[in-house]
Ligand binder design. Structure first.
Ligand code: MTE
Length: 325
């Protein structure tokens, strides 16, 4: 089964969005006109860090109708579900650790180093890497290798926009994304829970695919730290660990990157990590997933997380088993 893609006319915000958890487009416009104080008042969000979030920078962006999950099948998760159950080992290995500790991270100013096989190596401010006038919102599925899933309204730009600015050379076959290394603010990096910094990577054609997204916002506001502020990638057809957070380095390589989880345990978390219900993880089946909150609903996992029609041509002729770990 494939995710049904609707046009914006088919999917009014009010239908997709739980009323209690998301303000309307009209509210955003009204709040923007009123400034930050008005924004706090206009937002009607519930949840654990609502006051902070309500005051956060406004990243309201038009929804891209090409990437909107069917709300009748995949209802949107609430903000407090998306920002309180996280994997971000730099802030502890518990799912509730990042929301508690990630506020320690300083995310401004933010510099990204570009290096490897490209024509524009250097250190760039985030504003040079991301065109904030081009932000769009997408509502996509997020599937963790641990079998939980959510539906998230990210705000960002296609990764392609960022990569194009770097002018990769023809010999670049892969791109690496490195997380910030700052143990003074990320206490998890003082432990050996993983090899630091966290590194993820994609083949160039995967990274340039229209679905591959550079995220800077959530629910129309700046991305909460625990979700990977100020910029993280999200690759909707892959398991969540491919989506590196708080990125400070983009490196173009000729050889397959040594990604953090593959170094940690390559037998269980390989480079490709494409969602496939038919290929079991060595310790559990991937046939079904549990939707947050509460894990009450168990549902069948979809090939490529429901995006097979858009991405399976990337892997034509490649070995199925190898591809999924
Ligand atoms: N990025 C960094 N830097 N550190 C991490 O521990 N965890 C990964 C990924 N990116 C992780 C990371 C895993 S395992 C998942 S499932 C997703 O982030 C979780 O993203 P979310 O917390 O926004 O749901």
């Amino acid at each position: 089964m494939i995710l049904k893609i609707k046009t914006s006319a088919d999917v009014p915000s009010s239908e997709i969005t739980p009323e209690s958890a998301y303000y309307s487009r009209r509210d955003i416009m009204k709040a923007a006109a009123m400034g930050t104080a008005g924004l706090a008042a206009a937002a009607t969000l519930g949840g654990i860090d609502t006051p902070l979030f309500a005051q956060a920078k406004n990243y309201a962006a038009p929804r891209n109708p090409k990437f909107v999950a069917d709300p009748t099948v995949d209802p949107l998760n609430k903000l407090e579900e998306i920002n309180s159950y996280n994997n971000f080992y730099e802030f502890g290995t518990g799912k509730g650790d990042p929301v508690q500790y990630a506020n320690k991270l300083t995310t401004s100013p933010w510099t990204v180093e570009v290096d490897g096989a490209c024509n524009k190596p250097g250190k760039y401010d985030i504003e040079k890497m991301i065109d904030f006038t081009q932000l769009e919102e997408r509502v996509v599925r997020h599937r963790c290798v641990e079998r939980w899933s959510m539906v998230i309204p990210w705000v960002g730009v296609p990764i392609k926009h960022v990569i194009d600015k770097c002018e990769p050379q023809a010999k670049a076959k892969y791109v690496e994304f490195h997380t910030l290394l700052r143990p003074s603010e990320m206490f998890g990096q003082k432990t050996g829970s993983l090899q630091w910094p966290y590194v993820e990577g994609l083949r160039m054609d995967e990274a340039m695919h229209p679905l591959a997204f550079m995220v800077v916002g959530l629910y129309g506001k700046v991305l909460p730290n625990q979700n990977g502020a100020p910029m993280r990638i999200h690759i909707p057809w892959k398991y969540g660990f491919k989506s590196g957070k708080s990125i400070v380095r983009i490196r173009f390589t000729e050889t397959m990157p040594k990604t953090t989880w593959a170094v940690q345990n390559g037998n269980e978390y390989g480079f490709w990590a494409n969602v496939n219900p038919e290929v079991d993880h060595p310790r559990w089946s991937q046939a079904r997933e549990r939707r947050l909150p509460g894990f009450a609903t168990s549902r069948p996992t979809l090939l490529f997380n429901g995006y097979a029609d858009q991405v399976q041509s990337l892997y034509a002729g490649m070995d199925k088993k190898v591809l999924f770990y």
